[in-house]
Write a protein that binds this ligand. Structure first.
Ligand SMILES: C[S@@+](CC[C@H](N)C(=O)[O-])C[C@H]1O[C@@H](n2cnc3c(N)ncnc32)[C@H](O)[C@@H]1O
Length: 341
């Protein structure tokens, strides 16, 4: 925003940008509420007028027209005459009936939206602002809650899974397990892309029925096995490669180190650990990953994002001989550690 020798015009522009930044949450919340009420899934079935949309979704007349037209302005809907339809991107990613649906993640963000209201309290206390969030055993109180969380995780890994299937030389290994792999979407994508691999997904035992259901839907039953394991209480399985995706950011440094030491113990000589998270850039200037880090601090007791350098230092302390880091997707970084041969 600031330029080196600002003129009065530059400063006026910068001030306008500051105020605009303060208002930007209006647009986020309009999108999140649209996903919450199923607007995009409704319009994926066909264009509709404002009264039809109100009728179908149970909305009040007062705000609906402005809401719909704001979404048109934001590029999420299109309007022709009195008919509203989804934009192509909204139709592809926000229709619950499509396999490309990513709205599960938006529903999670909609839940986080309320928690972000207490950012100032986090700053004053250092405490997370949602005591029960990320207590996985409590979170998974029923199959529907597990399904909701898994859909959100799938939204977060939709571009990561294909990237990971190609960012690593999978021909050098014959088996892998995705630790904290949820209902198995990432493991399935890797196993599908590399048929020689014996793939596994490790998660809490209560996730197994949802994993089975998902593998069946993907036509991958039998291609990826499930390990019902508590990764803090139990040993990790011995395979050539262990993946930790969006797992280390849930926990404090001590628990991260515990998990990496367990991985080192379980891996054979030459075995590898692959870690991806929205890692903070070493210069600590990228607002995207820094804001993600605050989000993790708002919802977990000890979690946060971290830099690739931090991750490589934990790997070294856990005993990994060689480590490397590279960008995996626009949001995520991949760090790899290899155990001595
Ligand atoms: C934030 S999600 C990450 C999911 C997925 N790997 C991804 O990349 O988005 C963390 C995962 O760790 C699992 N998990 C949490 N605590 C666990 C434990 N003690 N043992 C095994 N899995 C656990 C959760 O069930 C969840 O699937």
């Amino acid at each position: 925003m600031p330029t080196e020798n600002p003129t009065a015009t530059d400063i006026t522009k910068d001030v306008a940008a500051v105020v605009e930044l303060g208002r930007r949450f209006y647009a986020s919340k309009a999108l999140l509420s649209g996903a919450e009420i199923g607007l995009f899934t409704l319009l994926a079935k066909g264009p509709a007028t404002e009264p039809e949309i109100r009728d179908q979704l149970g909305l009040h007349q007062r705000a609906t027209r402005d809401f719909l037209d704001a979404l048109v302005g934001l590029g999420l809907l299109e309007r022709e005459g009195d008919q509203y339809r989804n934009s192509p991107a909204a139709d592809f990613s926000l229709d619950e009936a499509k396999p490309s649906y990513r709205g599960g993640l938006l529903k999670l963000l909609n839940w986080q939206y309320a928690i972000w209201g207490d950012l100032t309290k986090l700053l004053r206390t250092g405490e997370r602002q949602q005591p029960s969030a990320y207590d996985f055993k409590q979170l998974y109180s029923n199959p529907e809650a597990i399904r909701r969380f898994m859909a959100a995780m799938d939204g977060a890994t939709a571009s990561i899974a294909p990237a990971l299937a190609h960012a690593f030389d999978w021909s050098t290994v014959t088996s892998f397990v995705d630790v904290g792999g949820g209902r198995g979407s990432v493991a399935a994508e890797i196993a599908k892309a590399h048929p020689h691999l014996r793939g596994g997904c490790l998660d809490l035992p209560s996730v197994e029925p949802i994993f089975d259901e998902h593998m069946n839907r993907l036509g991958m039953t039998g291609r990826v096995g499930f390990h019902g394991v508590d990764f803090f209480a139990d040993d990790l399985p011995t395979v050539d490669a262990l993946i930790f995706g969006h797992v280390l950011h849930d926990w404090d440094d001590l628990r991260r180190l515990t998990l990496l030491r367990k991985a080192h113990d379980a891996l054979p000589a030459g075995g590898q650990v692959l870690i991806y998270d929205a890692m903070i850039d070493d210069e600590r200037r990228d607002p995207g990953t820094l804001l993600m880090s605050l989000s993790m601090q708002l919802i977990t007791p000890g979690g946060s994002e971290y830099t690739a350098a931090d991750c490589r230092s934990w790997l070294a302390r856990a005993g990994f001989a060689e480590t490397s880091a590279k960008k995996l997707t626009a949001s995520d970084t991949l760090v790899i550690g290899r155990k001595s041969a």
